[in-house]
Write a protein that binds this ligand. Structure first.
Ligand SMILES: [Zn+2]
Length: 450
């Protein structure tokens, strides 16, 4: 196999891998780097000769995997795009939202090249999408050679898949973003355990040790108790979430908590994209066995859209639970604006339920001590930290030890470390030292012969 990581910044960002196996050329994912805008946020598609791909695989619909797929597909119009049914449903809403975000960035950041693609590119992409059932191999033939590819349920988010590639010569497994634990709405991953030649593994949590007393289920219990306490003392809870996946998981968790009376009944406010995606989750759940979700949950908890004009720093219009994006409290998003209104009141709580990059406002808030000032630079607002700030370990990614155990079971000859920051990859490299496999931490844009 030949492997090239086309994410020019390394770490986690504009995910896109170029692979060659048994004479077939294919790309896995094509994302946008969340910390950049415009062409800087793109993978290096220029390394792929125009219309040279035999196929493209999309593992799931988070924008760091999906966001630049319309461009890669436009440059490779003959390549079918293989994905799960769930991803074929979700990608439509995510990509049309991505166009709206790019149009806004064009105005706000003055980047004339935005949007990078338009509605016409999306229609062309959809016509190239070929949904595959999970765990059902597909054989592709070309010039007397064949390659078998299988999407394996990956648990991470609705529609997420790992990928098995098999030829006469070799067998490879690409984890994609992977979660073994069951979630409220989604079963965990059960990857095939047949030995492989090449394992490309995500390493997201390589630098994060899980405290044994903080298993996923305890974290949910602790989160509910903290929301309950906040509401009982007259405060509001802000839960910054990713619109895709975490929002819907939290809706179901809150519905259970209201039903058990663990949280007093208060309004739940949700931001737009996450509310829309509820309908897509409902549709997927109706048509596939892996997702358990009904749009009824919105009615059951009395969810309502956010008030239209939120004023930075102003008192909240109503006590409640605010379930809004972005998960890392990125500038100008509803969670950022709401935090500026809630931070100065000691009855409120700001509760993170996923990873926060240290360079984002969410990451910065998590390291600010109570009583210190916190700067909302984008809106020129400063507030003392009086609200309760907590982070709960409900990551959508497998623990590092679980991924090590998977690597052991698959007995690979080569392990490629992927989708992780440098510190995370280093932990894996060190921990795999005694394994017989060749370990590769690929440099961006360098091709490895395996
Ligand atoms: Zn993801």
């Amino acid at each position: 196999m030949r492997f090239t990581d086309l994410n020019p910044h390394g770490g986690i960002g504009a995910n896109c891998c170029l692979c060659e196996s048994n004479g077939f050329r294919f790309a896995i994912d094509s994302g946008l780097h969340p910390k950049f805008a415009g062409s800087e946020s793109l993978p290096k598609h220029g390394e792929i000769e125009r219309n040279s791909l035999d196929f493209i695989v999309l593992t799931h619909c988070h924008l760091d995997h999906l966001g630049s797929l319309p461009l890669l597909s436009r440059q490779n119009p003959d390549a079918p795009v293989f994905l799960t049914y769930g991803s074929s449903v979700l990608s439509r809403r995510m990509l049309s939202n991505s166009i709206s975000v790019m149009k806004r960035q064009r105005r706000e950041l003055n980047i004339p090249e935005l949007p990078l693609y338009g509605r016409g590119d999306l229609s062309s992409l959809y016509s190239r999408m070929k949904p595959l059932s999970s765990e059902s191999p597909l054989t592709i033939e070309k010039e007397g050679r064949s390659l078998e590819l299988t999407l394996n349920h990956a648990g991470h988010v609705a529609g997420a898949a790992s990928l098995t590639i098999k030829s006469k010569e070799e067998r490879s497994f690409f984890t994609g973003d992977l979660l073994f634990n069951d979630q409220r709405t989604l079963a965990g991953a059960k990857p095939p355990l047949e030995p492989v030649d090449v394992l490309v593994t995500e390493t997201t949590r390589g630098a994060t040790a899980r405290d044994p007393s903080r298993q996923r289920e305890n974290e949910v219990v602790d989160l509910i108790a903290t929301i309950g306490k906040t509401i009982r003392k007259g405060g509001s809870a802000l839960i910054p979430v990713f619109a895709l996946g975490r929002m819907q998981e939290m809706l179901v968790t809150l519905e259970e908590a209201f039903r058990r009376k663990a949280i007093p009944k208060v309004p739940v406010f949700c931001s737009g994209l996450g509310m829309d995606l509820v309908n897509h989750f409902h549709e997927i759940s109706k048509n596939s066995k892996t997702l358990r979700f009904s749009r009824k949950v919105l009615k059951l908890i009395g969810a309502r859209p956010l008030p239209r004009k939120l004023q930075p720093g102003r008192e909240l219009p109503m006590q409640g639970i605010y379930l809004v994006s972005s998960g890392m409290m990125v500038e100008h998003t509803p969670s950022y604006i709401l935090a500026s209104s809630m931070l100065g009141n000691d009855r409120n709580s700001i509760l993170f339920v996923g990873y926060c990059d240290p360079s984002t406002p969410g990451g910065a808030l998590l390291t600010t001590q109570p009583g210190q000032d916190f700067e909302f630079e984008a809106i020129q607002w400063r507030e003392k930290v009086r609200a309760r700030i907590r982070q709960f370990d409900l990551s959508g990614h497998a623990d590092r030890e679980e991924l090590l155990r998977l690597a052991e079971k698959l007995c690979p000859k080569t392990i490629i470390l992927h989708h992780g920051d440098p510190a995370a990859r280093s932990w894996f490299e060190e921990s795999l030292q005694d394994s017989e496999a060749r370990i590769i931490d690929p440099e961006p844009l360098k091709t490895y012969e395996i």
